[in-house]
Design a protein around this ligand. Structure first.
Ligand code: FUB
Length: 476
């Protein structure tokens, strides 16, 4: 398990300022950036932009250790097309550090952006947590403290002081979790975000914790995702890792393990973050899938993340396409609003995927499962699929590409569109024929509705269930 014996100084001294080369936007695909190797992604949404703070892997081909000297910022306004904004911090940002620009995360507070990093100090011990601060998501960033926030000399610190995740709760209290080598730690932060308050504690309930925690809150519940490398359902070889998660009703725990968010990836390390952007949830993670990639030449990928109604997380489907563009509500006339909607249904078969309907796939024919398929076998009669947006959208056109597996799922007998008028679902008016043809996009026009929810009612042929490969709803 060579990755657990990282040498104390694998990086050359940083002698130059951060590179400022800025790549042109990369088209949607995973990995999202291939002009350089990137790792340990930490997402942050500010306004209409998603930022990803990532380390840069510079190990040579065949290298067997990390060579990491700087941190880059990647940005996107639709979660699909990404721009490398260049290196915005590096080892020299911290005058007391000498090597190993490992995982970091940025947390905003009071108009400032605090970048917590893992970095090797020049003094005794190995890895430390440093903190830089800037006035914008792109910096410039400077050392906020002039020394480590956490080091090997911090009482009860982790066996490896890396991978900080910082979370500011609604009441203003900030928390930091971190740690590697199976040693998670937690501490409160002062409101200045650069001092700890109280003792470092060892959180409980993070079953099989290895490293790389990521904390967030949703619907009043605290979530902790983290890398694990056990062979009891996580990975087949403990040189690799998966992402497990736990939930808690208190930000300091105790935590209750809930399952796996992200299975094994193609790199040995597995490091991820979760964020909500334009009404959808995303996971950002790294793998070794870029050309020439490897365990020390990793690349960041992005995929959609789905919650179940009870707040549990569905295991991520890793794609090579990445998510469809999600520009939010400002896409303009003719924009397909499906990818920015939250989908729900009256029923989906356990082996099919509701996410198929708005994942931006372009089916080749009605049997094409390459971008997943929604099906409701063994249900018959009328079922529905529905889109919901956080704010009202004006919609006057839709299209549906039916799924027909030539088995229990057949083209429907009929369909109809409804919208939520604020108190109930009603039929759209002026609807053109809701087509039921296979192997084509069936386009439906209607008088524009201003609504937060659109529903497609699907009635099956006798003896069959129905399915959908892609459903679009167009902004008027
Ligand atoms: O990138 C260096 C280290 O590898 C990170 O700090 C860990 O989380 C692992 O991804």
């Amino acid at each position: 398990m060579s990755r657990r014996r990282w040498p104390a100084a694998v990086c050359a001294l940083v002698t130059a300022a951060a590179a400022i080369a800025v790549a042109t936007p990369a088209q949607a695909a995973n990995p999202i950036i291939t002009s350089i190797y990137t790792a340990d992604p930490a997402p942050l949404v500010v306004g209409n932009t998603m930022y990803i703070y990532a380390g840069r892997d510079e190990a040579p081909t065949g290298g067997t250790n990390f060579v990491m000297r700087e941190w880059h910022v990647l940005s996107s306004t639709d979660a699909a097309t990404w721009t490398d904004q260049g290196a915005k911090a590096n080892i020299a940002t911290f005058g007391w550090a000498g090597a190993d620009a490992w995982a970091g995360e940025v947390e905003p507070r009071n108009g400032k952006y605090y970048w917590y990093t893992s970095v090797n100090g020049n003094g005794a011990g190995w890895m430390n947590i440093g903190v830089a601060v800037g006035d914008s998501p792109l910096g410039p960033f400077t050392d906020a403290k002039g020394g480590p926030l956490i080091s090997d000399s911090t009482a009860n610190s982790s066996g490896l002081n890396i991978d900080p995740t910082v979370f500011v709760d609604d009441d203003g209290q900030a928390y930091m979790y971190w740690g590697g080598y199976w040693g998670p730690r937690a501490v409160r932060l002062a409101s200045n975000m650069i001092d700890t308050v109280g003792s470092v504690v060892t959180p409980t309930g993070l079953t099989n914790y290895w490293e790389a925690p990521w904390m967030f809150k949703r619907n009043g519940l605290y979530y902790m995702m983290y890398a694990a490398n056990d062979t009891s359902g996580c990975v087949t070889n403990s040189n690799y890792a998966c992402q497990r998660y736990a939930t808690a009703t208190n930000p300091m725990g105790p935590w209750t393990h809930r399952g796996i968010v992200l299975g094994q990836v193609s790199s040995t390390t597995n490091h991820a973050g979760i964020v909500e952007f334009n009404g959808q949830w995303y996971i950002v993670y790294h793998n070794a899938n870029a050309p020439g990639g490897g365990n020390f030449r990793r690349s960041v990928a992005v995929d959609r993340l789905y919650f179940n109604a009870d707040g549990t997380i569905q295991q991520v489907v890793q794609t090579t396409t990445g998510p469809p563009p999600n520009p939010g509500g400002g896409g303009g006339s003719g924009t397909n609003l499906g990818p920015s909607a939250t989908a729900s249904t009256s029923y989906v078969s356990a082996w099919e995927n509701l996410s198929a309907i708005n994942n931006g796939g372009t089916p080749a024919n009605s049997q094409d499962r390459s971008n997943l398929a929604y099906g409701n076998w063994p249900q018959q009669g009328t079922q529905w699929i529905e889109y919901q947006w956080p704010a009202a959208r004006s919609i006057n056109k839709s299209s549906v590409y039916w799924f027909d597996d030539n088995q229990g799922i057949d083209l429907p007998a009929s369909c109809a569109l409804q919208y939520w008028n604020g108190s109930q679902y009603v039929a759209v008016t002026g609807q053109s024929t809701c087509g039921v043809a296979g192997n084509v996009e069936n386009v439906i026009t209607f008088n524009a509705v201003n609504t937060t929810r659109l529903r497609l009612q699907i009635t099956s042929r006798s003896g069959y269930s129905t399915g959908v490969l892609e459903w679009k709803a167009f902004q008027s």
